[in-house]
Design a protein. Structure first.
Lengths: 717, 156
């Protein structure tokens, strides 16, 4: 499906940019015409209008109500044939009819790329390509969001992915209408749909003296809103009148309808397609379609970036042993190739320990793989527990395999998704059901954490009887030198030293509060990630670091003095960020987890209601950000602050106790669409989750629902 | 452009036994710069009694639009055989259509007339907007139509 999406996009990209942008321009036309020409309203008969126009001219040839909404009359008063705009109620002349040459040019570009018949074919194929893009794009988006019923959930991912998804979701309906009707019109133009546009039968006029037009019953019976064109009788003695319903001939002497040819069903289909595609007379709808079309080039650009990124990861594995004589098979389930990087690192490390390793996509699983001694299955999850692209056929194929060999499953995912590593879980269960031995219990890796991966690999090494050291960082951007410019130490007295560290650099990278600062420890070990409490706008990068007993990086950071430098880079963390808008925020954290929350408060310049719950040990020792938060309360960047201390005199409490005590007011906030962001340790997060779940139950909600709507976010370490 | 006219040659009136009995006639139709899509133009002959005798040229290739060349359609019955082999592209705004045909001597100065029907999509239909006599006396005379034809000229 993804391949179809990419191939269709590549095939029509350039043409689509031309066709979509001209389409967007043309969408302005109905609105402009609505202003330029008086509206055709019911209540006037064709006979009345024709009579009024005829009274002003020597000879009138035709009256027309064009698709552009203009009522026009073609006449000849002796100075050659002219066409004027008329008032469709009174028949008064409103000056020469001069349709915009600019829009005609744009329309030609839109229809045929100014290349005649060949251009029309190209445009028709573009419409078909767009149709394929719309349908495959819908399928992809639905899959990533966990089903068509969940199409309106927030789209996760970095800026490019969100932009692509959100514009695509918005523009889908409009582009679908445009491409479908466009393809249909092309089919009609190329006679692929038989046209039964029949000519009126030959009729002979009564030949009597022409009666006054207003007295002609055949013309009086039709309202101008239904009229498309009226050809005056002239010497033939017969009026020809075309309306949506069909084509009639009317005798100029007695007003009788001499013939009537009804519009054929295909003709009606063409009328509908034209009305929808050009949105003539429906200016607001036209502007909507135009906006959707304008989204197409943006979709093309962001789609290209996403495609290039997917390709850039590369899947080539060096020194891949043949499947037949490998002892270890590494299977990879990956949607955008990030998992391949981990698999490669693992394969390299195993090969270094003299294992014969074969790496393959999960979809390739077959009888040749069951001869190996062990399988290692590394898989991500797509959307709400679905299989990623390279694993879609895995379970089905596995069910047909005979042998049973020891297997270890490793899931890659994002804790913020309701189904964290849901697909890996399904795979592990399937192995279990079918009686495969488990080499290691299934493990989940949160957001490509290199530490968690290294830890799992160590465990694997233990199981295999070797020391397996695997280092892999999904994306290791170049680090940058940052200089420590400020340092505040808290919590020493209560045995939990936390340092607030502020770093500066001449050219800070782009980041916001809640993003992660990856700090490279001096011995070249893997970087550690810390939540940022500041944004680039603040002119410094601020983090909170809890000193871990025996922690390499935290010890290093705590030992820094102002002026010392570190090597670091920023990793964006769009999954943990307040949603845009004015809905209240409920921020809950403990210890150093206050960092991003304090950053959100700091960035709240619009007076959005923000309720902060935070747990520390003692107000005298580790009250992080005490003064800044007091100031924020005074400046109304913070609405309410409920700290809890676990080791204070009087009534010790944890943050979840404060949350539970405020159940009533929190419930009211959540009913007002409040968003909840939680940051801190695993145990605290668990306790808060249980407390909140009890709070939201009476609202008919649960955390899984809130989470799936992006209203409950966690950043847990 | 010079074309053989198989459809015409097949009809009795136009039979030209040898070239000596035929005359080469050039028809030049220049359109006004009306600024729209290409115009459909039909050139055809009627006899002294006004009866349709045959088509000389059809500019415009989609038969479903031919009914807008209403005089031609009515007179010829819009049968495909009438224009088989003598059809070309529609004529753009401000452009000239120049064709030459070999016509039997018997048709010239015998009351025959050349009709020009024009039609443009989303524009006007102009049946017989030019009707030019096929006589040597009017050779090279410029006629104007009241629709899209700026000038029409027949030269022998």
């Amino acid at each position: 499906m993804r391949r179809l999406h990419a191939v269709a996009a590549a095939a029509v990209a350039l043409l689509l940019i031309v066709v979509a942008s001209t389409g967007a321009l043309l969408s302005l036309q109905p609105a402009l015409n609505r202003v330029a020409y008086p509206a055709v309203t019911p209540g006037v008969s064709v006979a009345q209008l024709a009579d009024a126009v005829a009274a002003r001219h020597v000879r009138v040839d035709a009256i027309r109500i064009g698709r552009d909404g203009a009522a026009t009359a073609t006449f000849n008063d002796g100075a050659g044939r002219e066409t004027e705009v008329i008032d469709p109620r009174s028949g008064a002349g409103l000056g020469a009819y001069t349709p915009s040459a600019f829009f005609r040019f744009v329309a030609d570009l839109h229809r045929s790329l100014l290349m005649g018949e060949g251009g029309r074919v190209a445009v028709a194929l573009t419409a078909l390509g767009l149709l394929a893009l719309c349908l495959s794009g819908f399928a992809l988006l639905a899959r990533s969001l966990g089903g068509a019923a969940k199409m309106f959930r927030p789209i996760r991912g970095d800026r490019t992915r969100r932009l692509h998804g959100e514009i695509g979701r918005f523009a889908l309906t409009g582009l679908l209408v445009s491409s479908l009707t466009g393809a249909l019109l092309a089919a009609i133009t190329f006679d692929l749909i038989p046209s039964s546009d029949r000519a009126a039968p030959d009729v002979s006029a009564s030949g009597g003296k022409p009666a006054p037009i207003r007295a002609l019953s055949g013309l009086a019976a039709v309202d101008v809103v239904d009229l498309k064109a009226l050809k005056f009788a002239g010497a033939s003695g017969v009026f020809q009148m075309r309306s949506d319903a069909g084509e009639a001939t009317v005798d100029a002497a007695n007003g009788a309808v001499l013939s009537f040819v009804e519009t054929a069903p295909e003709g009606r289909m063409e009328q509908w397609a034209l009305a929808l595609h050009g949105a003539h007379g429906l200016w607001a709808f036209a502007l909507m379609l135009g906006l959707c079309s304008a989204g197409a080039p943006v979709l093309g650009a962001t789609g290209f970036l996403l495609w290039r990124r997917r390709r850039g990861h590369g899947v080539g594995v060096q020194e891949n042993a043949p499947a037949e004589d490998a002892d270890t098979i590494v299977f990879v389930g990956s949607e955008n190739n990030a998992t391949w990087g981990f698999a490669r690192a693992l394969a390299r490390a195993l090969a270094g320990e003299n294992f014969r390793v074969h790496v393959a996509a999960m979809n390739e699983v077959g009888p040749c793989h069951v001869r190996a001694k062990r399988w290692l299955v590394l898989t991500s999850t797509y959307g709400d527990g679905a299989a990623p692209a390279s694993a879609q056929k895995f379970l089905e194929r596995l069910a047909r395999l005979e042998g049973r060999i020891p297997v270890a499953v490793l899931g890659f995912g994002d804790r913020n998704f309701p189904q964290f590593c849901g697909y890996a879980q399904r795979v592990a269960e399937m192995f279990d059901e079918r009686g495969w031995a488990s080499l290691l219990p299934m493990k989940r890796i949160d957001r490509r954490s290199p530490q968690e991966f290294a830890q799992w690999a160590r465990g694997l090494g233990d199981a295999l009887g070797c020391a397996l050291v695997v280092e892999h960082i999904a994306e290791r951007p170049g680090t940058q030198e940052l200089e420590l410019i400020g340092r505040d130490l808290y919590g020493e007295a209560v045995g939990a030293p936390v340092a607030i560290l502020r770093f500066a650099a001449p050219d800070l990278p782009d980041f916001e509060a809640g993003d992660l600062l990856a700090v490279q420890p001096p011995d070249g070990d893997m970087p550690r990630f810390y939540s940022l409490a500041s944004s680039t706008r603040d002119g410094m990068a601020e983090i909170c670091v809890r000193l871990q007993h025996g922690g390499l990086c935290s010890t290093f950071l705590h030992g820094l003095a102002p002026g010392d430098r570190i090597a670091a880079f920023v990793r964006h963390n769009p999954a943990f960020r307040p949603a845009q808008g004015v809905a209240p925020l409920i921020l809950i954290g403990a210890g150093a987890g206050i960092a991003p929350l304090a950053g959100f408060v700091r960035a709240n310049r619009d007076g959005r209601p923000v309720h902060l719950y935070w747990g520390g040990r003692s107000p005298a020792s580790d009250f992080l950000y005490e003064h800044e938060l007091a100031q924020s309360l005074a400046e109304r960047r913070l609405t309410c602050f409920r700290p809890a201390f676990s080791r204070c005199e009087g009534a010790p409490a944890y943050v979840q106790d404060r949350v539970a005590a405020d159940a009533h007011s929190l419930r009211a906030l959540i009913a007002e669409e409040a968003q909840i962001l939680v940051c801190g340790g695993r145990d605290m997060a668990q306790a808060v989750r249980e407390t909140l779940d009890r709070i939201v139950r009476p609202l008919g909600l649960d955390l899984a629902t809130l989470r799936s709507h992006g209203r409950y976010l966690e950043d847990v370490f | 452009m010079k074309r053989a006219l198989p459809a015409l040659a097949a009809t009795a009136v136009f039979v030209v036994p040898t070239l000596a009995q035929a005359r080469n006639v050039t028809l030049e139709t220049t359109l006004k710069p009306y600024g729209g899509n290409g115009a459909y133009v039909a050139l055809y002959l009627t006899d002294a009694a006004g009866k349709y005798k045959g088509t000389l040229w059809m500019a415009g290739e989609k038969s479903k639009y031919y009914r807008h060349l209403s005089d031609w359609a009515r007179a010829s019955g819009a049968r495909p055989a009438e224009i088989d082999g003598i059809t070309g592209a529609s004529v753009g705004s401000g452009k000239t259509l120049k064709i030459s045909v070999d016509l039997a001597d018997a048709l010239i100065d015998a009351g025959y007339k050349i009709h020009v029907d024009t039609s443009v999509e989303d524009g006007m239909d102009n049946p017989s907007e030019v009707v030019a006599p096929l006589d040597t006396a009017s050779s090279g005379k410029i006629l104007a139509g009241d629709g899209y034809v700026k000038s029409f000229k027949v030269t022998f």
